[in-house]
Ligand binder design. Structure first.
Ligand code: ADP
Length: 354
């Protein structure tokens, strides 16, 4: 129902007039004329009075609030509901729906802030835990040496090597942490360039050769042909992604296993698959492994010495390339990590060269 000052005053005036007339009609001395005059006077006076009060005090204020909300809505057009983008006829209904919508928006914002606060707490707890492990280990080796083990040449060398290994792990962790926080803060700019993705993959394979040899794992590249496959990406960052996936394929694998980097060229994308026949990942962990510090089976994977940040970094880098990473895996059979990248359109290049 559409309420405004006039309609509300009319309704009220009719009620007051009706009641007055009814009241006058039951008094024996009052003539019909008197009842009619009473009705007209009470109707018109209550109409004027109510109309004045509503129009100049109540509705004027409501109109002001409505105008302000409308202006605010235009300023923050993305915050308010699009269906309420037009100023509605009835200001009360409009204000009510806008306030409801605004309250919902704020509720969502508060829920999001609470969730972020929770993430922050968990992140801090995780960092402290991860930092503690290599620091305590190094401290333990050094204290043992100071307690006298330093005099035994064999023990000294063994403990110093172990301390160096722990410090190395600490260094990797701090570097990965810095990378994650810089990417999340948007401080790392991607340097896009056009290159043949196969060149980058060969580069990765050469880099992991020694690591693979130690476990007698074969790492191969399978591409549809030797023809170059051009993409527009940040060479070093993308190399970091594939390197991390291939290294994981080696780390979480049995001796004599394999890791395959398989390229699939489609109409305007190329899919990069990094497949292994290693430990595999249980289904319930598959969408959590991209979270910071998430490890599948703590004892088994922690022995491999990763920071637990590798896949989180991969996900961020690929997001900056407008793509996402997916995983399919079967425990004890192996895993396949894959992502798509847009191919550089040759005809576009030719056009710009001309
Ligand atoms: P990490 O530094 O521990 O390797 P990642 O972020 O790279 O951290 O990986 C997160 C977890 O996902 C690993 O700890 C491991 O449990 C699991 N994972 C990653 N890749 C593989 C794989 N190819 N096979 C089995 N498990 C994997």
């Amino acid at each position: 129902m559409y309420f405004n000052a006039k309609s509300v005053s009319l309704l009220l005036a009719l009620c007051v007039g009706g009641i007055t007339a009814a009241f006058l009609s039951i008094i024996p001395d009052v003539s019909i004329m008197g009842v009619v005059v009473g009705l007209i006077i009470s109707f018109s006076s209550s109409f004027l009075l109510t109309y004045f009060v509503l129009e100049f005090i109540f509705f004027k204020e409501i109109s002001n609030i409505h105008r302000q909300i409308h202006e605010l809505r235009q300023k923050q057009s993305n915050g308010f509901s699009p269906e309420l983008g037009q100023k509605q006829k009835n200001p009360i209904v409009d204000i009510k729906s806008q306030i409801n919508h605004y309250a919902k928006m704020k509720e969502d914002e508060i829920a999001q802030l609470k969730q972020m606060e929770q993430y922050r707490k968990e992140f801090l707890a995780n960092i402290s835990h991860e930092l503690k492990t290599p620091i305590f280990a190094t401290q333990g080796f050094i204290l043992t040496l100071l307690d006298g083990a330093v005099n035994d040449k064999n023990v000294r060398d063994r403990f110093l090597k172990k301390a160096a290994k722990s410090l190395n792990a600490l260094n990797i962790l701090v570097e990965d942490l810095l990378t994650v926080s810089k990417i999340e803060a948007g401080e790392i700019n991607m340097e896009f360039e056009e290159f043949d993705v196969q060149v980058m993959l060969v580069d990765v394979l050469e880099q992991v050769e020694q690591k693979a040899e130690k476990k007698n794992i074969t790492v191969t590249l399978e591409a549809p042909s030797d023809d170059p496959i051009y993409i527009n990406a940040d060479y070093n960052r993308l190399k970091q992604v594939v390197l991390n996936l291939v290294v994981n394929g080696i780390k979480y694998n049995n001796k004599n296993g394999w890791v395959k980097v398989i390229l699939e060229v489609k109409e305007d994308t190329v899919t990069i698959n990094v497949k292994d026949n290693g430990f595999g990942i249980p289904e319930e962990d598959q969408n959590r492994i991209f979270e910071r510090f998430y490890r599948v089976e703590k004892s088994r994977t922690k022995k491999q010495g990763g920071s637990g940040l590798g896949l989180a970094i991969c996900k961020h880098i690929l997001e900056r390339h407008d793509t996402g990473i997916s995983v399919t895996s079967t425990p004890e059979e192996g895993s396949n990590f894959s992502f798509d990248l847009k191919l550089v359109n040759d005809t576009e290049n030719e056009d710009t060269e001309l």
